[in-house]
Design a protein around this ligand. Structure first.
Ligand code: FMN
Length: 380
């Protein structure tokens, strides 16, 4: 997360600290050295599978867990496994969002390979699946073979795709035709969207409330806090999770104003202001988009991920900010009323609402950290 200067000053209670921090300017302004390198190295490998995988690791994924591991032992094959150490048991108890994330990965891998002259045949959950949770079994066997098929035009936006969590300009509507073009990028799921002011206002309130529930439920919020990476050093050491970087967060870290402990104490100023800073951007949605699958099988979750990547790329191509808001879709008891309300609204005849997102025009933002692709290859 990157906060505006004004908002961060509010968060740390004034400008004094920033002024004092001037003396340690180098420490607080030093850019990341390695955490963003995977964005530069994408496609720069000899093995065609590594070329495609080095793009796939840049896929959107819940909490930036990067929950994938790949086995390359068999020539022309990449076997995708869920990394069971990278699950989110509190907010994603059945690993639905993690599986959606694997779908995003597979679609970006497929597009990158196609761009490179390879078709990828994907065999999902070849050894079976468990709806209660992912396990040691592979999520997909991907077989690469040369092709002359045309590349996917959406791949052109892969390097500039972002999840933009900043506030959006509420005075600037996203034209309906643009929304329709974004929605048309989906191939496997039913997509709905709205820019109707009354409906968007209702969804803003609902998604803000869902975020408040997640923050106010100690065990679900703790799961996020444990993934906070505060400042450059922590981000470089663990290029995943929820990052708080940039000069203002470095200053807050140096002065002990922003710690995991303070952030998780509901009585602290850091907690209260963090809660507002997290919910406020959600309340600037200009439009919403969502996807529904007929059931909640693992294959449907993968399909939802594949389409999610496509929608995200289409939004990037249109210059429209795209911010997934999963809280209302999460399957734990405290969220049940909101989860049911969203399903009654978007899937009245049954089915699973897999993703929900706000759209609008926001500030330009940079990429998020990634582990290098080499760290994601399973030992032979
Ligand atoms: C299944 C799924 C669920 C997500 N849910 C949320 C969410 O609830 N809130 C949020 O801010 N971002 C959400 N994201 C976006 C991720 O946080 C984001 O993809 C990740 O941090 C990497 O950043 P990037 O997409 O800019 O590369 C979700 C992404 C996926 C694929």
């Amino acid at each position: 997360m990157r906060l505006s200067r004004r908002k961060t000053l509010a968060l740390i209670g004034g400008g004094t600290i920033l002024a004092a921090a001037g003396g340690v300017g180098w420490e607080i302004t030093r850019p990341l050295q390695t955490a963003l390198l995977p964005w530069e190295k994408a496609g720069q490998y000899d093995d065609p599978r590594m070329r495609a995988l080095s793009w796939a690791i840049l896929a959107p994924n819940s909490h930036n867990m990067q929950p994938w591991k790949v086995d390359l032992a068999t020539p022309d094959q990449a076997v995708l496994y869920p990394d069971l150490a990278r699950m989110l048991p509190e907010t994603d108890p059945f690993n639905r969002q993690i599986t959606v994330s694997l779908g995003c990965f597979l679609e970006l891998m497929r597009m990158a390979a196609l761009q490179d002259g390879y078709a990828v045949a994907v065999d999902l959950f070849p050894q079976g699946e468990d709806p209660e949770g992912l396990d040691e079994r592979p999520a997909a066997i991907c077989r690469f073979r040369p092709t002359t098929a045309a590349p996917d035009p959406l791949f052109a936006h892969a390097a500039i795709r972002r999840s933009n969590k900043e506030p959006y300009d509420m005075s600037r509507p996203v034209p309906s035709a643009v929304l329709a073009r974004i929605a048309a990028a989906a191939q496997r799921t039913e997509v709905g969207f709205t820019d109707d002011p009354a409906e968007v206002a209702e969804l803003r309130a609902l998604t803000v409330r869902a975020m408040e529930i997640e923050i106010d439920t100690p065990r679900t919020f703790r799961e996020s806090v444990e993934l906070f990476r505060i400042g450059r050093r922590e981000v470089e050491a663990n290029p995943d999770g929820l990052e708080f970087r940039g000069p203002t967060f470095e200053a807050m870290r140096l002065f002990g104003l922003f710690t995991r402990q303070a952030a998780s104490d509901p009585e602290s100023t850091a907690f209260q202001q963090g809660r507002t800073a997290t919910t406020a951007p959600i309340d600037t949605a200009v439009a919403h988009i969502w996807t529904v699958t007929p059931d909640n099988a693992r294959a449907s979750q993968i399909a939802a991920g594949r389409d999610w990547l496509r929608l995200n790329l289409a939004a990037a191509g249109e210059g429209v900010g795209f911010h997934p808001l999963s809280q209302a879709l999460q399957e734990y008891p405290e969220m049940a009323a909101i989860h049911d309300a969203v399903h009654a609204r978007f899937a009245p005849d049954g089915g699973t609402v897999q993703m929900l997102c706000r759209l609008g025009y926001g500030p330009k933002i940079g990429p998020t950290p990634r582990w290098p692709v080499e760290a994601k290859i399973r030992e032979a």
